[in-house]
Design a protein around this ligand. Sequence first.
Ligand SMILES: [Zn+2]
Length: 228
Amino acid sequence: MKGKHWYDYQPSPNSSWAWRQICQVKERIKGGYIGDKWLGKDIEHKLTDGYDWMRQGNSPKVEWYNTVWNNMNLPKHRFIAWLIKHKRLLTLDRLCRMGITIQKLCFLCGEHDEDHEHLFFHCKYTCLCFNMLYKWIHLQPRQMGSPEEMMGLRKISRFRRKVLCSLVIATQYHIWHARNVGRIEHKVLHPMAIVKAVQEGGESVLLHKRQDNLAAVAINWCRMIGLM
Ligand SMILES: [Zn+2]
């Protein structure tokens, strides 16, 4: 960067991934400066202004926005869901490309190579977990699908759609956990353990909502999981 203006600076292709991301954000935010002033106005620039400016109208809303940032999802589930959407989890296909491993076979089924698509949508183990989950919430297998399909279901309330979506997101989180247990401890968790963990997570959402005094949410959730 020596001798260059930060505005015009472009990172070299050999720069680290993190540095290139920082430069990308700079490229996006500099569009908000007109002359030397933020949005051409004589106002003090705050970090939150830049964030809001990027969010509103300057970044297209992705189709999975409502499913990943659904307020019924636990924060740790949202984070893993976000990584899945970007295909950024360190699945075996990526580790192989990085030269970190030569192991390609899925730890959960042992039949196919592991990548995001296989692990979260096609793996036998994953399908088994989802079958058990849908049985628990009384959904027909033909209604099975991605979180987006859950959010798109008609004839059910918006609340119920959000709950269903959060259960799918939670299941993906626990499948990733089971995969890590398989890789590190060389054992495969029983699919029932996944469903149980999803159920317990659901209860913690309920408790959280109770703290917020959203009694109606709590009652709906109890009905949903058969506690009432
Ligand atoms: Zn598999």
